[in-house]
Design a protein around this ligand. Structure first.
Ligand code: ZN
Length: 334
């Protein structure tokens, strides 16, 4: 036990420095914590991947109401063995590099962070059956640009319809694309091109039912049977619901994909024109002298985008496409 000190106690004067240093510096909190990444979230329980193992965890009390989402990199203490019945504690969330969020809307009354630390947003669309919905694609692109994610279009069923018309809409924006179709043995032709684009990325896949997203996920991650909700040992315990995002490792450590069965639309009311245009540095540059509060939309009287097009300094089609995205923030008839 520590002794009580008095003014007369010689030992007190012999070691003053130890007594003035804050305790936390002497004993850093959670020195034993290990790194993990959140791959599923289900009613306050989290599946993490820690050193290649699947670990089940909850939030430590000091994190309070701080959200933990799929893609978050976290520090974990406690039982990280991953054994049946074990439960670790998340004590820290590492600052996020990107945040994909949705504004509150009719589907969901709360603004939410959907996914953290993703680098790419893959919009999966069928070229026919079901017909592509350009406004939905536009809205997904807006979400990607606003979040700082690189967009990628994956167009399926290219054997039934040419992608040219749809692609012409996105060419001036410089959105990269891959087309796929089913081969004679039902295999996905074009899969290699997608794998190349996913290499080293953390890619969020969005797409409506019937476009072939589940088929694509199953082809990319053979262990993940997304139709039945079964997930392999590394990626979860099959407990998550099919409506939440799930992060899956690509074979050979080629990157991660995040499947989002529950995300049917993006609430975009939080997206500011000033932020969106930063995804297009050439357009951002010519709007430097825009009137205060200019939204760079079609109706703006003195927008630098119009002046740049007139002066031949900006591509009219590119400006029109940017403005289409801007307008897509607030469409409701998609
Ligand atoms: Zn402007």
């Amino acid at each position: 036990m520590a002794r009580g000190y008095t003014d007369q106690d010689v030992e007190h004067y012999e070691r003053p420095r130890r007594r003035t240093r804050p305790r936390t510096k002497d004993r850093p909190e959670h020195a034993d914590a290990v790194d993990g990444v959140v791959v599923t979230v289900d009613r306050g329980r989290f599946t993490l991947v820690v050193e290649g193992r699947s670990v089940y965890a909850m939030k430590a009390r000091p994190l309070g109401r701080k959200g933990v989402v799929v893609g978050d990199r976290v520090r974990v203490v406690g039982d990280v063995s991953g054994r049946e019945g074990s439960l670790a504690r998340i004590v820290e969330v590492t600052p996020r590099t990107t945040v994909l969020r949705r504004t509150a809307d009719d589907d969901d009354p709360v603004e939410r962070v959907l996914v953290a630390n993703a680098t790419q947003l893959v919009v999966v669309t069928a070229l026919t059956d079901p017909e592509p919905r350009p406004r939905l694609i536009d809205r997904a692109l807006v979400a990607a640009y606003d979040a700082g994610l690189a967009p990628l279009l994956v167009l399926t069923k290219a054997d039934l319809t040419s992608p040219d018309e749809l692609l012409s809409t996105y060419r001036s924006l410089g959105v990269p694309w891959v087309v796929t179709h089913r081969g004679p043995d039902r295999e996905i032709v074009g899969l290699e091109g997608i794998r190349e684009r996913l290499q080293g990325q953390t890619s969020v896949l969005v797409g409506h039912s019937g476009v072939g997203k589940s088929t694509l996920v199953n082809a990319l991650v053979p262990d993940a049977d997304r139709e039945t909700g079964h997930v392999n040992a590394v990626t979860g315990r099959g407990r998550h619901t099919s409506t939440s995002a799930v992060m899956l490792p690509l074979p050979d450590e080629a990157g991660w994909i995040i499947d989002t069965p529950g995300i049917r639309s993006f609430g975009l009311a939080h997206v500011q024109p000033e932020h969106l245009i930063e995804a297009f540095p050439d357009l951002d540059e010519v709007t430097e002298d825009c009137p205060r509060g200019c939204t760079h939309g079609e109706e703006e009287p003195e927008c630098g985008l119009d002046e740049a097009v007139e002066a031949g300094e900006a591509d009219a089609e590119r400006v029109a496409s940017f403005r289409r995205l801007l307008a897509a923030r607030s469409v409701t008839d998609y």
